[in-house]
Design a protein around this ligand. Structure first.
Ligand code: ADP
Length: 305
């Protein structure tokens, strides 16, 4: 059995800079580095490093970033055999400027991610009979994501949607989602509300259940998580860590959540695993470089039991 990820693959091009330049201005930054990114690839790396057998389905372009991304994913033990190399387009990139106050500016050029189509769905379909969980996000075309959820439902595969970056979702999508995992801003956008307190989050979770999702988890950074199903609603505190960079904490959460569910743990414990993976990634900088491997993860859970 496997965890499948159907989603985006980006190369992050990061410049650390004293400050974000004004329009038309050129400034000298501190340093440049590249790192694997894209919400789909991030979630795949998070799950695979925690030792879930993880397969990525998506597209890269016919450039050197595509080669690099496939290598990086494979190095984290993600099965890359179903990633399609679309020779006629660029690999997705995110150009990220991070200033000394840790504020960032990000521009994404979706490239190959925006061309995910029926042929990718066909590859997904081949693997669904052997899958337990499907991780989805919103960085590839929405009609493909909804179709993937439909196929997963037919195969009794658990669908986990991270609705990021948020966009309005069609009403028929919600009943296909087993677990939705917005952060508080995304939940607010989906529910037309502002979420500041736990009570606000419980309200949003109930609204999402009302639209047909089976379980809703609202991630509120260091403030913890609210979850709700038809039977139960509860709050789970975050782990206490010294955060240096919360980039991809949400993706790490979903990787940890999926790994725990893959191993058969009940939802509250799986949320704790997600929170541990998110907290650990917040202690290091970068998206994929910040994600924990299983020994470090197990030690963290044990130390914080
Ligand atoms: P997103 O990246 O989607 O905005 P969050 O920032 O809420 O998501 O992070 C996801 C999860 O990671 C949180 O629910 C929490 O469990 C954990 N996490 C994130 N930031 C911190 C932090 N500063 N301290 C402890 N845990 C954190």
């Amino acid at each position: 059995m496997t965890v499948l990820v159907f989603g985006s693959i980006n190369m992050d091009l990061v410049i650390r800079t004293p400050r974000i330049p004004a329009p038309g201005e050129t400034i000298i930054g501190h340093e440049f580095f590249t790192a694997g990114g894209g919400k789909g690839a991030n979630q795949a790396v998070a799950a695979a490093r925690l030792a879930a057998p993880t397969k990525m389905i998506g597209r890269v372009g016919g450039d050197s970033f595509g080669v690099d991304m496939i290598r990086l994913l494979a190095e984290s033990n993600v099965d890359v055999d179903s990633i399609f190399v679309d020779e006629n387009v660029a690999t997705g990139v995110a150009i990220i400027a991070v200033d000394d106050a840790a504020q960032n500016n990000i521009i994404i050029a979706s490239g190959a991610n925006s061309r995910v189509d029926q042929t990718d769905l066909d590859r997904l379909k081949q693997h669904l009979p052997h899958a337990k969980i499907l991780l989805l996000q919103l960085e590839i075309p929405l009609d493909m994501i909804v179709a993937a959820a439909q196929l997963a439902r037919q195969h009794n595969v658990t669908v986990i949607l991270d609705p990021a970056p948020t966009q309005p979702l069609p009403a028929e999508f919600y009943p296909l989602i087993d677990i939705i995992t917005p952060n508080e801003i995304e939940a607010g956008q989906l529910c037309n509300s502002v979420i500041k307190t736990k009570e606000d989050a419980f309200g949003a979770a109930q609204q999402l259940l009302g639209r047909g999702v089976r379980q809703a988890i609202i991630k509120m950074g260091a403030a913890g998580m609210v979850y709700a199903s038809q039977e139960k609603a509860d709050f789970i505190p975050a782990f206490q860590v010294t955060a240096v960079d919360t980039v991809a904490a949400g993706d790490s959460f979903n990787g940890g959540l999926a790994t725990a569910l893959f191993e058969g743990l009940p939802l509250p414990e799986a949320i704790r695993w997600g929170a541990a993976a998110g907290a650990l990634s917040a202690t290091k900088s970068g998206a994929q470089p910040s994600m924990a491997y299983r020994p470090e993860f197990d030690a963290f859970l044990k130390a914080n039991a």
